[in-house]
Design a protein around this ligand. Sequence first.
Ligand SMILES: [Zn+2]
Ligand SMILES: [Zn+2]
Length: 238
Amino acid sequence: MLSKSFFKKIDNWSTIAQSVLYPPTCFICEQQGHNGLDLCLQCFKELNPARYSCLICDIKLPAESSLCGRCLKNPPSFDQVITLYRYKGLAQHLIQSLKFQSKHSCARTLGQLMAHHFKSLNKNPDALIAVPLHPKRLRERGFNQCDLIAQHIHHELGIPLIHNQLKRIINTQSQVSLTAKERQKNLKNAFRYLPTHDIKTIALIDDVVTTGSTANEIAKTLKKQGVQRVEIWAFARA
Ligand SMILES: [Zn+2]
Ligand SMILES: [Zn+2]
């Protein structure tokens, strides 16, 4: 049988070969990439994290304070949302290029930046799960951007990535024009989780968290099946 270290070596070689054949190049300005990313240092600096945010849902707060009013009044089913940047400018551009122009190389950059961040936070959940698309939406788009990002995080951090156990069983209408209450109703029972392993802590991988309604409904579904802690890891927070 071939050893794990053999595959690790192959993996390292292929990473080296890739970086020689396709050296990291900034997809905004085409300068040389910084730190193995497809972003140069100057463009990278345009990404901005929030100064103050809620410790549970990560929504931006005007001043230093621990929780937002909504989480105080009505604590969500997830334990914590952790995002890297605000959903504007370059962060928004990267996510939209991946989602709507199918620029798959963006998934690598988002995954690398996220992996780096969660590694620095010493995060080690039992498993990663990508926010699923309904099969009909998946056929239309051809790929699930959250799954692509999750694959890169799995590759970088070695945390198991679980497929096909969390499903979106209702093709919900677009949430864009809905109020928070309507979103909740729209998403009710939209997901199903059928675990095959005993998993206690899960990081749910999302590209952008907007109101947190989807994350909340998924966390509710996971916790009904015995998951004890659900964190939402996303690239950006609207
Ligand atoms: Zn650049
Ligand atoms: Zn909050």
